[in-house]
Design a protein around this ligand. Sequence first.
Ligand code: ZN
Length: 472
Amino acid sequence: MDNELKARFSSIVGERYAHSTADEIEPFITDTRGRYAAPSPLALRPGTVDEISQILKLATETGTPVIPQGGNTGLVGGGLPLVNGAGNEIMVSLGRMNKILDVDRDSNTITVESGSILENIQNAADDADRLFPLSLGSQGTCQIGGNIGSNAGGTGVLAYGNTRDLVMGLEAVLPTSEVWNGLSRLRKDNTGYDLKNLFIGAEGTLGIVTKATLKLFPKPRGRELAYVSLKSPDAALELLNRAKGSAGNGLTAFELMASIAMEFTLKHAQNAIRRPIQDTSPWYVLLEISSGRSSQEARATLEDILGDAFESGIIDDATIAESLEQQRMFWTLREDMSWAQKPEGASIKHDISVPVGSVPDFIKEADAAVLKIVPDARIVNFGHLGDGNLHYNISQPVGWDAEDYFSYEEQVHEAVYEVVGKCKGSISAEHGVGQMKRDKIAALKDPTALQIMRTIKASLDPAGIMNPGKVI
Ligand code: ZN
C-alpha cells in the first residue's frame, strides 16, 4: 500500500487513531492461540459511523480489502489478515465505539454500539434489573459486534438461544458506504426480508455492524447449580431429558465434560479449585436450574431431578453448590477447560454440533475413528450437550513432538467431519468459519445455499473488499 493511500485512510480517523508501525499493528494481527500470523499495513480505530462510512467508500473506490475487528478473541481467524494472503488488508477496530445507548425496561431491550464489551452489556442490563443472557468465556474482552458477526453461542443458549436469537435490530455500514438503520424494537414486523439476519454470522463479509438493539429478559430470582458424575453420554442424555421434563424453561445450562478434560483443569488450575466430588467418574455434567420466583423453588426442582436420577441409577453422585462462591468455582472448572489443554501440548480442535439425540452415537463413532489414526491421542471432549454442541478436542499423545502430531491434523479433521456428516450435523456450531473452515464449508454445504450466499455477497459488496477469504 503506498504512502499516499495510507495517508488518505489515516486522515479520516485522525493520526492518533491510525497505526502503521509494526509495534502498533502487532496487537491487531495476533491471536491468542498464535495460529494466524499475517501482516497488515494499517490499523484504523474510527470513533463514528460517519468515519466508517468514509473508510468503506475509499476502500471500495481503491479496491482496498478491509477486516472489521472486535475484541480479537475469535478462534477461526475471522478477524485477522489471511495467512498467505496479499498482505494489503487494513484493520478496522471497533473498540472506541463502545457506548451503551439506551436501556428500555418496558420493551425489554438494550441498544449499544458494536464495540461494547459483552460483560459491560450484561452489567448494564443487571443494573436495570434485567438479564442479557449471552455468556461465554471471553466475555470480559469480546465485543458484541464480534459476537454478532460470528453468531456466538456459549452457555446460555439452551434457555435463551444464540446471538441470532437475541438481536432485534441492527445498524450497519455497507461496503459502498450507505448506512442501513434497522435498529428496530419491534417484536413483530412482517414487512419483507429479515435483513438483520444477513449480517449475523456473516463475519464482516457484508458490511460493518455499528449498533445493535438486543433482547433483555427478566432476571431469575433463583439459580441453583449441580455438579454431577455419571458413567456415559447416554446417561447424560437421559438426565437432560428428565431435567427438561421437570424444569422446562427453568433448565438454563447443561454442560457435559469428559473426565480427562476435568483432570486437565484440576491439574493446571491457577486458582484454588477443589474436586467437587471425591470419587472419579468417566463423565461429569453441570446442570443449572433457574426460577423466576425464588432460589427455594429452583433448589427444590433441582433436588427432585437429582434424587429421581440417583434412584433410577442414571447418575453416580451429585453435589449442589452451597454458595455463590461455590457456583463460581463449578463454572470455573468448565470455563478453564479451554486453556487447560495448552500445557498438555498440541491440540487438534473441533467445534461441532449434531442433533441432541445423536450426541452419544457421535462420540462413540468419532472416538473410534480418531483412535484408529492416532491410537494414543487423548480425547478432551466437553461442551453444551443441551445444544448438541461439543468442543471435540484431541490432545497429542504424551511425549510426542507437536509438529509430528499436527502432521495428522487434516486426517483427523476429515475423520471427525465424516462422522459429523453422517449424523447430519455442522462443522462449525458457535465459533464461525473464518479462514480456518472456509474451504471445508465449500465442500460440505448445499450447492444452492452457497450460490445464494455468493449472490448476496456480490450484490452488497461489488468490489469484494469486505473481509475477503473468510466464510465464502
Ligand atoms: Zn462453547
